[in-house]
Ligand binder design. Structure first.
Ligand SMILES: Nc1ccn([C@@H]2O[C@H](COP(=O)(O)O)[C@@H](O)[C@H]2O)c(=O)n1
Ligand SMILES: C[C@@]1(CO)OP(=O)(O)OP(=O)(O)OC[C@H]1O
Length: 159
C-alpha cells in the first residue's frame, strides 16, 4: 500500500464559472487558473501522483502548455489515474477536504463524489469529500479563494 497527500489553492475572481470536484457550483465568483481551476481535483491528482512518487500535476500538465488552457480537470484526473495504472498501481480510496467560507457546498457534495468515483474507477464508498469553513479566519475566511487537501491510498498490483 502507498499513501499520497495533495494540497492546492486557487483565488476567486469575477467572470469565471466555479468548478469544484467536477461539478459547476452556482456562485458569483469562479477560480482563477490555466485550467478550469478545479482546486479539489488538483489536490486529488497530486495525492495520487504523490503516492506513486510521480511528482505533481504541474510536472505532467504544465501551465505553460496551451493544450491545458481551460481544460476540464476531470480530464486531468482521468489522465492521472491512467498514469498511476500504467505504473502498476490501483487506487484504493480517496479522502478530501475543501476549505472555503462560501458558497455552502453540502447540496453538491454527493455529485462531486460521483464524478470523482467515476473517473477514478472506484465505488462511491471509496471516495469522500468534506467541506469546512475557517470561521472567517485567513484568506479562505476573507473569501479570497479556496484551498483543498486530499489523501489517497494505492494498492501495488502483483505483476
Ligand atoms: N463552504 C462550506 C463549508 C462548510 N459546509 C458544511 O458545514 C459544516 C460546518 O462547517 P464548519 O466550518 O463550521 O465546520 C461542515 O461540516 C460542512 O458539512 C458546507 O456545506 N460548505
Ligand atoms: C492544472 C494546471 C494545468 O496546466 O493549471 P492551473 O489550472 O493553473 O492549476 P495549478 O494547480 O495552479 O497548476 C497545475 C497545472 O497543471
Amino acid at each position: 500500500m502507498r499513501v499520497g497527500f495533495g494540497y492546492d489553492v486557487h483565488a476567486f475572481v469575477e467572470g469565471r464559472p466555479l468548478f469544484l470536484g467536477g461539478v459547476e457550483v452556482p456562485y458569483e465568483y469562479g477560480l482563477l487558473g490555466h485550467s478550469d481551476a478545479d482546486v479539489l481535483l488538483h489536490a486529488i491528482a497530486d495525492a495520487l501522483l504523490g503516492a506513486a512518487a510521480l511528482g505533481d500535476i504541474g510536472r505532467h500538465f504544465p501551465d505553460s502548455d496551451p493544450a491545458y488552457k481551460g481544460i476540464s480537470s476531470l480530464l486531468l484526473l482521468e489522465r492521472t489515474v491512467e498514469l498511476i495504472e500504467e505504473r502498476g498501481f490501483k487506487v484504493q480510496n480517496i479522502d478530501s477536504t475543501l476549505v472555503l467560507q462560501k458558497p455552502r457546498l453540502a447540496p453538491y457534495i454527493s455529485r462531486m463524489v460521483e464524478q470523482i468515483a467515476r473517473v477514478a474507477g472506484l465505488p462511491l464508498s471509496s471516495v469522500n469529500v468534506k467541506a469546512t469553513t475557517t470561521e472567517k479566519l485567513g484568506f479562505t475566511g476573507r473569501e479570497e479563494g479556496v484551498a483543498a487537501y486530499a489523501v489517497a491510498l494505492l494498492e501495488e498490483r502483483v505483476q
